[in-house]
Write a protein that binds this ligand. Structure first.
Ligand SMILES: Nc1ncnc2c1ncn2[C@@H]1O[C@H](COP(=O)(O)OP(=O)(O)O)[C@@H](O)[C@H]1O
Ligand SMILES: Nc1ccn([C@H]2C[C@H](O)[C@@H](COP(=O)(O)OP(=O)(O)O)O2)c(=O)n1
Ligand SMILES: [Mg+2]
Length: 238
């Protein structure tokens, strides 16, 4: 009975899920129908993990807030977790501050331990990880330590001049939102983060979103991806 139902839902999904590529759909089904646990997070949990990538100022945080409120995802921002750690009396505070000020990437062990703790205390099993992995080192360490790959990757594509304009108007008092650090962050993004996007693109996991236009116009593009997932979820009852 379940098999027939799953088969039916798959054939419906194929016609409805035009914004999803088949490997993503198949991975979704495998993820939620498999009994395998995730070693790196609490054993009974099988979170649905979405990495949200894009250059600095491309709108990751803004769009993640909307995805979280409309689709019930927990939003974990790697940058926010690092800023909180930096401002707390932590042994890594000074190191994190120096790395962020230089526009570089904090060592994976630190960032992943913060992400792991946040996943384990999240109230939803649908998790958005915003701004991570920032490098192949981040990616490989996550897959090794947490023991899973993302189910989905959203990539916000935005021209550099637009990203710079947005960052300079962000006004959150961040130590890295100045022109000197922005230049370094843009280079680090091209050199270290784009290979991660290419890696997951080759695995058919990336949904590229044009990140220009108003917040609402961009969210409409994003919404279509997540609405398709919700449709699949309803049919497969995961
Ligand atoms: N589509 C948009 N158009 C104009 N400004 C935007 C847009 N999306 C976000 N912003 C603004 O740009 C700045 C950077 O956005 P943010 O979501 O923090 O990006 P990221 O997390 O990728 O660095 C913020 O001040 C935000 O309010
Ligand atoms: N995986 C990560 C994420 C962020 N960081 C550091 C380096 C980044 O320039 C800063 C800020 O990251 P954040 O995602 O908040 O920045 P943007 O939202 O892209 O402007 O934190 C990191 O070292 N490793
Ligand atoms: Mg952000």
């Amino acid at each position: 009975m379940w098999r027939r139902f799953a088969h039916l839902s798959l054939s419906i999904s194929r016609t409805k899920l035009q914004s999803l590529q088949d490997p993503t759909v198949l991975k979704l089904i495998n993820t939620f129908s498999s009994d395998a646990g995730n070693d790196g997070v609490a054993s009974s949990r099988k979170p649905f993990i979405t990495f949200v990538l894009g250059g600095p100022g491309s709108g990751k945080g803004t769009q993640c807030e909307k995805i979280a409120s409309i689709f019930g995802f927990a939003h974990l921002s790697a940058g926010e977790l690092l800023r909180e750690e930096m401002s707390s009396p932590s042994e890594n505070g000074e190191l994190i501050r120096n790395v962020i000020k230089e526009g570089k990437i904090v060592p994976s062990a630190i960032t992943i331990s913060l992400i792991k703790r946040a996943i384990n205390s999240a109230t939803s099993d649908k998790i958005l990880i915003d701004g991570f992995p920032r490098s192949e080192e981040n990616r490989i360490a996550f897959e090794k330590i947490i023991g899973v790959e993302p189910d989905l990757v959203i990539f916000f594509e935005c021209p550099e001049e637009e990203m710079v304009k947005r960052i300079l108007g962000r006004n959150q008092g961040r130590i890295d939102d100045n022109m000197e650090t922005i230049r370094k962050r843009l280079k680090v993004f091209e050199d270290l983060n784009m290979p991660v996007v290419e890696h997951y693109s080759s695995k058919g996991k990336v949904h590229k979103i044009t990140a220009t236009g108003t917040v609402d116009e961009i969210f409409e593009r994003v919404r279509q991806v997540f609405a398709s997932l919700r449709y699949l979820k309803a049919f497969l009852s995961f």
